[in-house]
Design a protein around this ligand. Structure first.
Ligand SMILES: Cc1cc2nc3c(=O)[nH]c(=O)nc-3n(C[C@H](O)[C@H](O)[C@H](O)COP(=O)(O)OP(=O)(O)OC[C@H]3O[C@@H](n4cnc5c(N)ncnc54)[C@H](O)[C@@H]3O)c2cc1C
Length: 155
């Protein structure tokens, strides 16, 4: 489950300002905001409801459904167990972005603030998660920015 627009904030700290091979320290701080946890609990309970439907029973083996990882809590009314399940299973995928935010590091034209001749056009400038695999959004952002630059040069 991937909640849109989590309210919890983490932070990213560069380990090196000169060597790009040294990965930054990332502290995700998931579920720091109680509403994020409540959304996760509600989403997982919905999935639990779905798994209990007649339509899905046909896919159930003798030992229940086969899951990768831990199974959902059995008691659908036990919010605390669902909350713990969220905390235990939350993980980050390979789609980090948002380290060079529009308005903070770059302006709305993706120019590095204070340096007009330098733009950053990549996933670091996303204000929010595109909610899908990011490559397509990145390619469109590159094309859009490139076309805008050409337009500006010719006017
Ligand atoms: C294992 C894995 C699988 C993935 N699978 C998919 C997938 O199936 N579909 C999908 O849509 N996305 C996938 N992604 C995510 C996708 O690869 C990234 O979101 C995307 O590549 C990000 O593009 P970007 O241009 O923002 O950054 P990057 O592709 O990371 O490019 C940034 C570049 O900037 C360079 N750089 C950084 N700092 C400096 C500096 N100071 N000076 C000079 N150069 C610098 C880096 O070396 C790098 O080449 C996957 C990611 C991983 C890790």
């Amino acid at each position: 489950m991937k909640p849109d627009g989590p309210l919890s904030y983490g932070n990213l700290k560069l380990q090196s300002s000169s060597d790009v091979r040294i990965s930054p320290n990332v502290h995700f701080n998931y579920f720091a905001h109680p509403l994020d946890l409540a959304r996760c609990v509600s989403g997982l309970k919905k999935i639990g409801d779905l798994l209990n439907t007649k339509s899905l029973k046909a896919f159930k083996g003798t030992e229940g459904y086969k899951f990768f990882g831990p199974t959902l809590p059995l008691n659908q009314t036990d919010d605390a167990s669902f909350g713990q399940f969220c905390r235990d299973t939350v993980s980050s995928f390979w789609h980090y972005h948002g380290g060079c935010l529009v308005g903070k590091v770059v302006d709305s034209s993706l120019r590095v603030i204070g340096i007009n001749a330098l733009r950053v056009v990549d996933g670091s400038t996303f204000n929010s998660s595109p909610g899908t695999n990011p490559q397509a959004t990145l390619m469109m952002l590159g094309r859009h920015t490139g076309l805008k630059m050409l337009e500006q040069r010719s006017s």
